[in-house]
Design a protein around this ligand. Sequence first.
Ligand code: CUA
Length: 617
Amino acid sequence: MDRMNRVAWSRASALTVLALIASQCTPSQPAARRAGSGVQSDAAVAAQKTYVAPGDLDEYYMFSSGGHSGQIYVYGLPSMRHLSTIPVYTPYPATGYGFDDDTKKMLGELTWGDAHHPALSETKGDYDGRWLFINEMNGRIARIDLRDFKTKQILGPVPNLHGNHASSFVTPNTEYAMMATRFSRPVPNRVVGIDKYATEYKGIIAGVKIEPKSGEMSLAWQILMPPFDYDLGDAGKLASDGWMFLTSYNTERATGKLEVTASQRDQDYIAAVDWRAAEKAVADGKFDTIGGVKVIDPKKVPGIVYLMPCGKSPHGVDVSPDGKWIIGSGKLQGVTTAFNFEKIQTAIRNKDFTGEEDGIPVLKYESIKDAEVAVGLGPLHTQFGPDGWAYTSLFVDSAIAKWKLGTWEVVDKAPMSYSIGHLAAAEGDTVSPDGKYLVGLNKLSHGRHLNVGPSQPESSQLLDISEEKMKLLYDAFTEPEPHYAQIIKADKIHPIEVYPKEENKHPMAIWDLKDAGVTRNGKKVLVKMIAVRSTLTPTSFEIAEGDEVTVAITNIEQTTDELHGFGLLDYNINIVIDPGETKTVTFTAKKSGVFAYYCTNFCSALHQEMQGYMIVK
Ligand code: CUA
């Protein structure tokens, strides 16, 4: 039997077994138990739709934010199998991230980050599978290369910007990623009493320029904003290309108990930023330099930013696939508003304003909205499917509403377990959403998994959205906290399996065992090491107490899966070297004696023999 037939056979037989099991004994699905023989129960159908047979591959990747774990979790869909964890803002011993010299330097002094919103790079508004960006609260944004699923750059903490929540949403050709403050403070940062919050504290919206070939990020400009709390954003696309939209709350400019003080007004704002105008203003020299950053003051430079009144305390703002509508919701309301981009432009041209905030015009709500869609209570975020379908998460209702752009008709609701926050549809925030799958990223999971004590996981629920009615397919669980996720067609990403030898330009790379060994330059010692099945060469080396030691290890394997580790006991050193890769780790030999090092990553039958000694005299 060839592989294809074997897979087909195993899939068919396994599905039969699954269907039988599901129809006979699914304790959490009483309806399934009642279904008679011959009738496929809901659970059996769901099992078939999510079952990916051993050896088969998933259809989509899902990149999910790991919140304050500082990581990104990679899932396969529809199986919801956890495939990989990409460390970004946190050391991760499993891959040696944050231990070797380069990643340690990239993390800097911060060894945690609250990662929020992943943003896949785009070309013409569609995911192109090149990079993944993700922000975190300590004023940083990171780029992951999807060629090897590794974090390549962390920009920041950037000056002036405090609490980078409304980030990292990219523009349709990945010209920019956004950053914006959740916490306003004096700009530049200095001691100013909280009693002067309304006038002396400032918000910041920033444009991070992305180099089109390398993906290298740099801080291009910032816009000085009123001291609101900026929350989320989305870039305009097609009809609205060139604009960024960011929600804000606490437009009262209140301090103290915000749950009370920031709930005085009826509405808050969505900030609409003309980023091409911001780009031009900076090119024309219309900026002040604050903290080394080019900062645009809208009071002095009009035409950059406008405020759109929106339901109280909005969370998400989402641009429809054609770019015509901007969907924003007050998170305690029963409706979500569809703003019309054409009407926004007309209102700007006609100066159809109701006031201003620190020199920024406020557009008239009635003039820019097309509809208030009665989606249900607590609308947070909207994702899209093909044919104008929109899906809005409802925190208070704990459900997802399916509705239609243009007719504004709500056609279906799916309950979520429990308290949904974000949601992600297959390519659901691009110019051409796929439909098919939708994942609800829920805050609470109680009672739907084996008890693991008080530290409960988050719940992610997979729905089938290919038909008129949404159908729950699968419950999956993650560590905190999936603030947002994006789902990309698997065939758009082509990761390498080894680092090609000819691409390794590391100055300390060696490929021949005879080049391995110790060189000394005063108190600096360089140990060039080769890792290959099943020896770490040299198998021992001697240094003196107080030496500054750099161990440079090249894994000369060119075979898939042949990773080697280097764990050095008592010295808190643990790195992993992928095939074809060179990594360095530098430390001071503070303790004398004999210390073992060994390969931490299972690599061969003789993995256990892959060991050596560092002797510190
Ligand atoms: Cu090399 Cu285990």
